[in-house]
Design a protein around this ligand. Structure first.
Ligand code: MRU
Length: 355
């Protein structure tokens, strides 16, 4: 997608064992690229959300594995690659794409037997392929989802399921970008998405870069606008889709789905099939990441004198609870837009597209 008119990806193989990425916590106020020299730096970038979003961390996990393969000692190659896989897996628990990215590169390495030189090359090629596949799946999601917006032009979305959350295009935002580029006049209600504000900081920035008309709304305004008839369709992304069609996504998604159902507004999920976890039977089996209290108790932002600072908004003695995701039951979902087709959120629908 375009940053100041220049085509840009979220994360990339920079060569010589280095992984490049956009430094997302600085957005929307500063656009910076950063480079990670080792798989441990890359793992830390995932954990601290320098890079975040299911597809983006899947691609980053794959690239981290390639870094490990390139750097591992010949004598301890398989031990060190296994250590990297475990370290990268431990960064964040919910997004299926992360495990998909790591396992895809591991399989490519294992496919070369004991030939270490070829295993290193296969790892890099597989990681780059994971990135390219993510971008292409998201582009297809845009093409398949855009027709839904022809007669439903006032769209609500939650969190950031745009190109920053993937390698390019995004999932929930891809149909919006496609339809907007095709001349459909859209308006997007962007949920702010407390506590990390992926909506106001990332989705709103992305939409602005593409020139899509939008307004940021507080999360607790979504139900109001749905009930008032101001929203024609809700499209969200997903971090993991279970075999029965239940969907894990950013905390607050379930509340939006309930409000959409009550208001009779269609509620769609957009995700590449790499988000499907065929071995996860239902939403009850999806691990929900619990993040630091501080994300709720403090906000980060830019001071007027140009410093990136943290400010406490809650009383000094208060603690917080901070689940990063929730599960929306399949019954509340109108359909799942994948790169293959739009499927019902049902076991048969999921089976028909699962990899
Ligand atoms: O915690 P994050 O920012 O990594 O959240 C993941 C997400 O980007 C969202 O849940 C999104 O809606 C899913 S689509 C990648």
């Amino acid at each position: 997608m375009l940053v100041d008119g220049v085509p840009t990806r979220t994360v990339w193989w920079a060569g010589d064992g280095v992984v490049g990425m956009i430094n997302q916590p600085l957005l929307p106020h500063r656009f910076e690229r950063v480079e990670m020299a080792t798989w441990r730096h890359t793992a830390s970038a995932i954990q601290t959300m320098v890079v975040r979003g299911a597809g983006a961390i899947g691609a980053t996990g794959a690239l981290g594995m390639a870094q490990a393969a390139v750097a591992a000692d010949e004598a301890y190659f398989f031990e060190q690659v296994a250590e990297a896989a475990n370290g990268l897996r431990a960064t964040r628990p919910t997004a299926q794409n992360l495990f998909y990215g790591i396992d895809t590169v591991l399989k490519a390495i294992q496919g070369e037997g004991d030939h270490i030189g070829r295993a290193r090359e296969a790892a890099v090629a597989a990681a780059v392929a994971v990135c390219d596949d993510d971008a292409e799946c998201c582009r297809r999601i845009g093409e398949l989802g855009a027709p839904l917006l022809k007669d439903r032009r006032r769209v609500n979305t939650h969190c950031n399921a745009g190109w920053l959350a993937f390698v390019d295009w995004g999932s929930a935002l891809s149909p919006i970008y496609r339809a907007h580029r095709d001349g459909v006049g859209l308006f997007v209600y962007v949920d702010e998405t407390r506590p990390r504000q992926q909506g106001s900081q990332l989705t709103a920035w992305e939409l602005g870069q593409e020139g899509v008309p939008h307004a940021i709304i507080a999360d607790n305004a979504t139900g109001h606008y749905l009930k008032e008839g101001a929203i024609d369709i809700v499209i969200v992304g997903s971090d993991r889709i279970a075999a029965n069609g239940d969907v894990a996504n950013k905390i607050g998604t379930y509340t939006s789905a309930l409000a959409a159902r009550a208001a009779g507004v269609p509620f769609y999920v957009a995700a590449p099939t790499t988000t499907i976890a065929a071995h996860t039977a239902s939403g009850a089996d999806i691990p929900i990441e619990e993040r630091d209290d501080d994300e709720v108790l403090y906000v980060w932002g830019w001071s007027d004198d140009g410093r990136f600072i943290r400010v406490r908004t809650a009383p000094a003695g208060s603690r917080a609870k901070n689940p990063a995701f929730d599960v929306t039951p399949a019954a509340l979902i109108s359909g799942i837009i994948t790169e293959k087709r739009i499927i019902p959120a049902s076991p048969a629908g999921i089976r028909s597209v699962a990899r």
